[in-house]
Design a binder for this molecule. Sequence first.
Ligand code: AMP
Ligand code: GLY
Length: 417
Amino acid sequence: MKKNVLVIGSGGREHAIVYQLNRSKYVEHIYCAPGNAGIAQLAECEDIADTDVEQLLTFAETHKIDLCVIGPEAALAAGVADAFREAGIPVFGHSKAATQIEASKEFAKEIMAKYNIPTAAYRSFADYDEAMQYVRSRNSYPAVLKYDGLAAGKGVVIAKDEQEASDTLRDMLVGEAFGKGKVVIEDFLQGPEFSFMAFVHHNQVYPMPLSQDHKRAYDGDEGPNTGGMGAYTPLPFISAEEEQWALEHILKPVAEAMVKEGKPLTGVLYGGLMKTADGIKVIEFNARFGDPETEVVLPLMETDAYTVFHAIATGETLEAVHWRKQATVGVVMASCGYPGAYAKGAEITGVEDFDGLVLHMGTKRKEGKLLTNGGRVLMCIAHGEDIKQAQRNVYDEIKKINCTNLFYRKDIAHWAL
Ligand code: AMP
Ligand code: GLY
């Protein structure tokens, strides 16, 4: 019997999930809450907020949902997965308790210390004076200061001197800029960063291809931090041995640790890793698919998506998850002004002429027109025999998309070339 699936979220990541589920031979109908204009071409979108646990559950029960796939961290933190699991609906997404691996920097650090997982040395503080005493005693800059909680991507400050460290700590601990919470102070690491995601059900870990995000808004990794302006896979600077090492020494031990701690994982474990002169180390964990990495990684999955998501949700054993080995580059088109203030509602044309895959991150349709509806708007994805060719393809094709209020980086994947 064909299955009904509910996907929760509204970005490019969720479009990638819906795109793959739509190709599954088991899937009859896809609903998405709340979705976007691109997702609406493949799924029936429902205007329910991704954190509205009660409405989502009621919807799932009345529409006989066989599987729910959760994209955003906010939905996990709101306890959507817990509610679905309690109601007996298979759900791909961690419990609120397991989401702590992302939501609390201190929790993640404690797990890494306890289970010997390589990361920067750290201490955490609730008191400003004690934190400053520690910073002064170390006298080593830059100092990495991380607010222990969700801070919309603004909770990490790399302070260049004592003054900046003091200002930041005062803001976070005295001013409570992100609310009441501790600050983790850790060693500054150096090296290329990359993303290693895996599907995890308790002790079972199925790795995805490695990818790399581009955090800064402008070419040459200049300008303000963003949610990510592009991504690509594979990564020429990480060898197969290093990848295997990171799987065995980082992702698998974390999955096992979370089981031992009574907070087993049921979804994606995302390792934000750095290749330092001293080996691969963890910068952060996320409890969800990375965005925009997922948009270049997930389309390469050859194993049926319903089979994979359902197995992770329920704990059935998968033989393996197979991936197409194809160089892929994805470029984000963002609204002018992003990540600062930007206008919405500009018309976009030419998307259907793009030879490749266009996933929508923030769009809506009005009177038949496709309009911008967010900071990051579209992710344009192309493949190639190697990264260079994939990059050439994506930049040739992206010219076909017209909009007066969009910009994009011209150097995505430069790290690989
Ligand atoms: P996070 O939110 O923990 O990923 O931190 C945001 C960014 O800060 C990371 O992507 C890194 O570029 C940088 N960062 C975090 N921790 C460190 C560290 N220990 N050393 C150097 N850079 C770091
Ligand atoms: N691309 C980084 C993230 O999803 O957190």
